[in-house]
Design a protein. Structure first.
Length: 249
């Protein structure tokens, strides 16, 4: 009896030690049998991450019961809880589902004419060649007077030079940095909030406002990182739910 008991205890101790030891898990991510490159593979439990290669392959350290999250821009968010059998098999196959294609609204804007600027020599040549054939030719910024082929309107030309310099300065302005909402929109798919954070559409809007109010969100903007962004959202989600619970009570 004692021998059987010791054997049973040893067996469970061995199984427990196996489940608590991290092992390198190999796998492949694809969609409709097409390998997916640069998919973010995140171990939520150990807070580590990697990405798939051009063949859709990846390797990441895991232990039993760890949660793996798979992120790709054009695919639905996928989450798996790793089992001891999957670790033993060491060949995890993940199939991601493409998002429904969204058609962007097409906007046709009015086409505006672009000003054509001519040099003094260009205009002089036109005047000499076409004065007889087209006596009605007039060019804005230049006035024909008696005794002189051309009289330059320097005020007009000064304004044109000023406008050109102004446009050049505007083009050199720094492109505005991405804000927190845009960062989240480009990092986390919509179903992440529903399936992982358990937030409906109304709660999501309040939650994002709650996150945006935290000064720590500015750190993410300075150094965007999907793992750091997820950790921030998980932590803020716990605070958000706790605050909601306290408000109800």
């Amino acid at each position: 009896m004692k021998v059987k008991l010791l054997t049973t205890i040893s067996f469970f101790t061995y199984q427990l030690s196996i489940s608590q030891t991290e092992k390198l898990l190999h796998g492949k991510v694809s969609s409709n049998n097409v390998p997916l490159n640069k998919v973010e593979v995140i171990n939520k439990t150990s807070k580590t991450s990697t990405t798939t290669n051009s063949l859709g392959e990846f390797s990441i350290a895991v232990k039993a019961q760890d949660s793996l999250i798979f992120f790709a821009k054009d695919y639905l968010f996928t989450r798996l809880k790793i089992t001891a059998k999957q670790i033993e098999t060491n060949n995890l196959i993940v199939n991601m589902i493409p998002k429904a294609e969204e058609l962007n609204e097409v906007i046709i804007s009015n086409v505006t004419a672009k000003d054509i600027f001519l040099t003094k020599e260009d205009i002089k040549q036109i005047k000499l060649n076409d004065h007889k054939s087209r006596p009605g030719l007039k060019i804005e910024g230049f006035n024909e007077v008696k005794g002189s082929p051309l009289d330059i309107d320097f005020i007009y030309l000064g304004k044109q030079v000023y406008n050109l310099l102004k446009k050049d300065e505007e083009s050199k302005k720094e492109i505005p940095k991405i804000d927190f909402r845009k960062l989240i929109a480009t990092t986390c798919p919509e179903d992440f909030f529903l399936k992982e954070l358990k937030l409906n559409s109304e709660e999501k809007e309040l939650f994002l406002q709650f996150c945006d109010a935290d000064p720590k969100s500015n750190i993410l903007l300075g150094n965007p990182n999907i793992l750091a962004t997820m950790e921030f959202l998980y932590a803020k989600n716990d605070e958000f739910k706790k605050l909601k619970s306290e408000t109800k009570n």
